[in-house]
Design a protein around this ligand. Structure first.
Ligand SMILES: [Zn+2]
Ligand SMILES: [Zn+2]
Length: 356
């Protein structure tokens, strides 16, 4: 079902095989009459670029991505077709929606029923097990696309759909309550600068850890109360505890790509504190001192993107002006150089690709 004119081909960034170079090329657009019930076609305005896309293209994880692969999972666009015989669709033609990492789940298994749909055994993942948003159109699923609030721009919304939801959920489940201290290593980065704002919006006191004057100025402007430059400190654990009443923070949200960051957290956290494990470094293990994990009653919790409710809450907070993503808008042809910059760690904020 569509009242739009859908072209036969579109521009897309395709990874032909695991580890192969990206190709910007013309590929067929899924046509409205081929959509199954429950499927929809979204014409994309823009899409964010996430470190996960790079891991998927390189085959860094124990589970391989499909190939050929169109990556991308932070897309925002307009619904231009819905599969015939779709019953009770929560979205209609013309709605502006977001495409996130979890493209679809069964909504009926125990995990889905308990709100852990991102771990559904029948889950489909954008830009990983199904084609993603580095293309002008994307096939998605009416029950999992996320409505975008009217007053939130598409480019502003894009990075909330993965980076924003991920840190929002991690903070939400960190057991930190209003007035508690939360430490955010990597606070000046893509995920970190969003985490600072969500934490402040939730009434938490933020200790930001990162390096360099630019990042320091950014996080203090966003509402962090204290700052530690990890390159300047001689004893990070001691300095973190000293900055947080001497007892240490109540929670740590770790988005870092090294396992050291997790070991340190057991040392500096306040007894009863929680480590939220969020970063997905390639081939890494978590080493925690068991004696201190037990005697300090430390909780170590994994947090994986977010469910449909988390996505709506994260977008709503952004739409109310509490969280703003720092991003640069670039064309699709800049994807390759963006990957190089992500590998080199030189991307400030997020990169959003303009798809039209
Ligand atoms: Zn992502
Ligand atoms: Zn399920």
């Amino acid at each position: 079902m569509s009242t739009y004119t859908i072209p036969k081909t579109m521009k897309a960034a395709v990874v032909p095989a695991t580890g192969a170079d990206l190709q910007i090329t013309e590929v067929p657009v899924p046509q409205p009459e081929t959509l199954k019930p429950g499927e929809c076609l979204v014409k994309l305005d823009c899409t964010g670029v996430c470190h996960t896309d790079l891991h998927a293209a390189k085959g860094d994880w124990p589970i391989p991505a499909k190939t050929p692969l169109i990556g991308g999972h932070e897309g925002v666009g307009v619904v231009v077709a819905i599969g015939a015989h779709t019953q009770d669709s929560p979205i209609k033609l013309g709605d502006r929606v977001g495409i996130k990492w979890l493209a679809d789940s069964c909504l009926d298994c125990e995990l889905c029923r308990k709100g852990l749909e991102q771990s559904c055994l029948k889950g489909r993942y954008s830009g990983f097990t199904v084609d993603g948003t580095f293309s002008q159109y994307v096939l998605s699923y009416v029950r999992h696309v996320t409505p975008i609030p009217e007053n939130l721009g598409s480019a502003e919304a894009a990075s909330i759909l993965c980076a924003g939801v991920t840190v929002y959920r991690a903070i939400k489940y960190s057991n930190a309550r209003i007035g508690d201290w939360i430490v955010l290593p990597g606070a000046g980065g893509g995920l970190g600068h969003l985490a600072v704002q969500y934490a402040v919006a939730m009434g938490l006191r933020v200790l930001a850890v990162d390096t360099g004057a630019d990042k320091r100025d950014l996080v203090l402007k966003l509402g962090a109360e204290k700052w530690i430059d990890f390159r300047e400190t001689k004893d990070l654990v001691k300095d973190i505890q000293a900055a947080t009443d001497g007892l240490g923070p109540h929670a740590a949200v770790i988005t870092a790509a090294t396992s050291t960051a997790y070991e340190q957290a057991v040392d500096y956290l306040r007894p009863g504190g929680t480590i939220m494990v969020v970063g997905l470094p390639a081939r890494a293990s978590l080493n925690a001192d068991i004696f201190f994990t037990v005697t300090k009653s430390i909780s170590i919790l994994g947090s994986y993107v977010g469910n449909r409710q988390d996505a709506r809450e994260a977008l709503d907070i952004a739409a109310r002006g509490k969280v703003k993503c720092t991003f640069q808008l670039k064309p699709l042809s800049a994807l390759e150089e963006t990957y190089h910059a992500l590998e080199a760690g030189t991307v400030a904020g997020r990169i959003v690709l303009d798809m039209q």
